[in-house]
Design a protein around this ligand. Structure first.
Ligand SMILES: Nc1ncnc2c1ncn2[C@@H]1O[C@H](COP(=O)(O)OP(=O)(O)OP(=O)(O)O)[C@@H](O)[C@H]1O
Length: 650
């Protein structure tokens, strides 16, 4: 095993195609990688020792998912095992009666009750097996759903910083496998219980028949167990070594069928080239599959030879016991049957424990993720957010994004002190990366300042109720989400605490021009947006933006953050949107506007200019543009104006 183990850690040699296309094996840092060694290094005995814990964690999940189905499966497996034991006892009685001395009629008559016993236990066993299969089938999807919900409901409550944290993401990636693993664990657990019971039944009967028979049973089982374990692990090692290769192959295949690269694939004629490399990579995988199959066949042959030898020893021992008169012929017959059924049970048990352990690695990740998510959850409760605040003030706020290396960890905001008067349009301007988006995320409570405070009428936002704080904001960011839902839901998803309201959707859509977008869609507001779905329809970046603005409008929150809202809009639409934004303040709303189009902030009540994380200037457009001013804003504005003038001349 050690050679295979070492092989498990070493990635396969990249084939020529992989080298050419990806510069080597396409390494992946997915969370599930970490279990490779844990699984391979665990001996069967160590696994057996952990078995009760693994079964207990599955039972806990199943208990939560469907208690009745769990009881059904447990009871059915117990009845099945008991039926097997009773069946063997009945067979023993049957053989004793049939092989006894006396006339045939009398012997058959004496055997009749035992025969009935064999039939009844057989029928009970079949019914129990059916009940177990049905219960397991019912339980499996519920367990998967329960496990999925368990982590999803925690993940949606964690801080944004956790979602952006690489470590947390790796755990999340791993935990996603956990839900499907939990589902499979139900089947393996039922199998383990069933095999255990059936082995115990056979072992019990054999021990009663003669104590030497039990070790003989184990001897007969060992080669098959060894073979199935060895083959399972070889498959796993191969999977681990080749997973990156398979991933690269899949990537090529997917690229060929995806919509985005389709035009370039056709115009540049990339298709045949990629297909050729896909074929070559698939051929390398096929060679590995052939190698695995040959190895498995060899192991099976060795196991069959050893099992044959063990069977010879067992039957020779049985013959010896028979000849010396220690065992009656009927008992020997029962022993043969019990040995066969026990050997099958034990071999299945070994394999299932192996599978159970492998799956359990992922389920443990899921439990770990849940604990981690609880620890990083957005705090619940706090002071009520003022109903009608007058002023929000950033006081000496500094902020550094968590994670990253030492060099990347530099402050994004430095000692920023500024005011956000409520009910006004406040514009944030500055060059790329100056910290504008970060500042509004801090304002909306998505991050907390590293030092300093954001005060709502003097109250530190850190002490405010986060849920209430979020409810005050609507956001149209540069990268707002394009939901693969209908056009209607793309607006209505702005407010999910009430059912979608058609009138309000239309009003919000008129506000941003999204009504015109919907009119032009094949099924109007019911058109599914997103390529790749049946009846799905794609719209342009500017049309998406109108829907995004309508969504924020539909949310109808007192604070509206608009981060580059018009980057994809045409000139006329842009003017309209800014006019609409301006009018929002008439209803008492506060607008935080981030834009690079400096002419658009002409009407803002207050403009804050950021430069490399520091506040450089604040004032109205006129104040910042005063002839005497040689500030950053004026410099940037003059630059943009000169560009437009140059374009006009050209
Ligand atoms: N989630 C994040 N994690 C780490 N660093 C980030 C993150 N988001 C932004 N940054 C970094 O913070 C700095 C400020 O980014 P921010 O998005 O706030 O700037 P901006 O002024 O809005 O820029 P732009 O005008 O280009 O949108 C940048 O250097 C950026 O790389």
């Amino acid at each position: 095993m050690s050679g295979a183990r070492a092989a498990g850690r070493v990635p396969h040699q990249a084939c020529a195609s992989e080298q050419l296309l990806f510069g080597g094996p396409l390494l992946d840092d997915a969370g599930w990688n970490q279990h490779e060694d844990a699984f391979l290094e665990m001996s069967l005995w160590a696994m057996a020792a952990r078995l009760p814990r693994l079964v207990a964690s599955t039972v806990r999940l199943a208990w939560r998912a469907d208690r009745r189905a769990l009881w059904t499966v447990g009871a059915a497996e117990a009845v099945r095992g008991a039926g097997q034991a009773a069946g063997l006892v009945a067979v023993n009685h049957l053989l004793t009666a049939v092989l006894a001395a006396g006339p045939l009629g009398a012997r058959l008559h004496a055997a009749a009750p035992a025969l009935l016993g064999v039939a009844v236990t057989g029928a009970v066993g079949a019914l129990a097996a059916a009940a177990s299969t049905s219960g397991t089938g019912r339980l499996e999807p519920k367990v998967e759903r329960t496990a999925t919900e368990m982590y999803l409901e925690r993940v949606i409550r964690v801080e944004l910083s956790a979602v952006e944290d690489e470590e947390f993401h790796r755990l999340l990636d791993s935990a996603q496998y956990g839900a499907a693993s939990a589902r499979r664990m139900v089947r393996y657990c039922a199998g383990v219980v069933g095999s255990l019971v059936s082995f115990a039944a056979a072992a019990g009967v054999l021990t009663v028949l003669h104590p030497v028979l039990l070790p003989l049973l184990v001897l007969m089982t060992l080669p098959r167990s060894w073979a199935s374990l060895r083959n399972a692990r070889s498959r796993y090692v191969s999977f681990r070594r080749w997973v990156q290769h398979a991933r690269a192959g899949r990537l090529i295949g997917q690229t060929l069928i995806r919509t985005e690269p389709a035009p370039e694939i056709r115009v540049h004629g990339v298709g045949p080239f990629l297909l050729e490399h896909y074929r070559r990579m698939a051929e390398s995988s096929e060679a590995e599959q052939t190698r695995l199959a040959r190895g498995a066949a060899r192991v099976q042959l060795v196991a069959a030879a050893l099992t044959g030898a063990a069977a010879l020893v067992t039957y020779a021992a049985l013959g010896g016991l028979l000849l010396t008169g220690v065992l009656a012929l009927s008992v020997a017959g029962t022993a043969v049957l019990a040995t066969r059924s026990g050997a099958t049970g034990l071999a299945a048990l070994v394999l299932q424990v192996n599978c159970l352990y492998e799956e359990a690695c992922y389920v443990q990740d899921l439990e770990l993720l849940c604990r981690e998510a609880e620890a990083r959850a957005i705090p619940v409760g706090g002071l009520p957010v003022p109903e009608r605040p007058e002023l929000i003030r950033f006081e000496n706020v500094s902020f550094t994004y968590p994670g990253g290396g030492e060099r990347e960890r530099r402050p994004v905001l430095r000692d920023v002190t500024l005011d956000i008067p409520v009910g006004k349009v406040v514009a944030l301007v500055g060059e790329n990366g100056s910290g504008k988006s970060t500042l509004v995320k801090l304002l909306a409570g998505l991050y907390r300042p590293g030092s300093g405070a954001i005060r709502w009428d003097g109250v530190d936002a850190a002490a405010l109720d986060r849920a209430q704080l979020s409810a005050r904001f609507a956001m149209v960011s540069q990268d707002f989400h394009r939901w693969p839902l209908t056009a209607r839901m793309n607006v209505a998803i702005g407010r999910t605490d009430t059912p979608p309201d058609e009138e309000r959707i239309l009003a919000a859509a008129r506000h941003s021009g999204a009504d015109k977008v919907a009119e032009g869609l094949p099924r109007g507001w019911d058109t599914l947006l997103g390529r790749g779905y049946k009846n799905g329809h794609e719209i342009s970046g500017g049309q998406w933006q109108r829907l995004g603005i309508a969504r924020a409008r539909y949310r109808d929150a007192p604070f509206l953050i608009v981060d580059e809202p018009t980057s994809a809009l045409d000139a006329r639409a842009e003017l309209e949107v800014f006019e609409q934004i301006r009018r929002l303040t008439d209803a008492g709303r506060t607008v935080l506007l981030i834009t690079h189009r400096l002419a658009s902030v002409r009407n803002a009540d207050l403009i804050h200019v950021l430069e490399r994380g520091r506040l450089r200037e604040s004032g109205t457009f006129e104040e910042l543009m005063r002839a005497s001013s040689a500030g950053v804003f004026r410099g940037l504005y003059e630059l943009q104006r000169a560009q437009y003038a140059a374009a006009d001349c050209a």
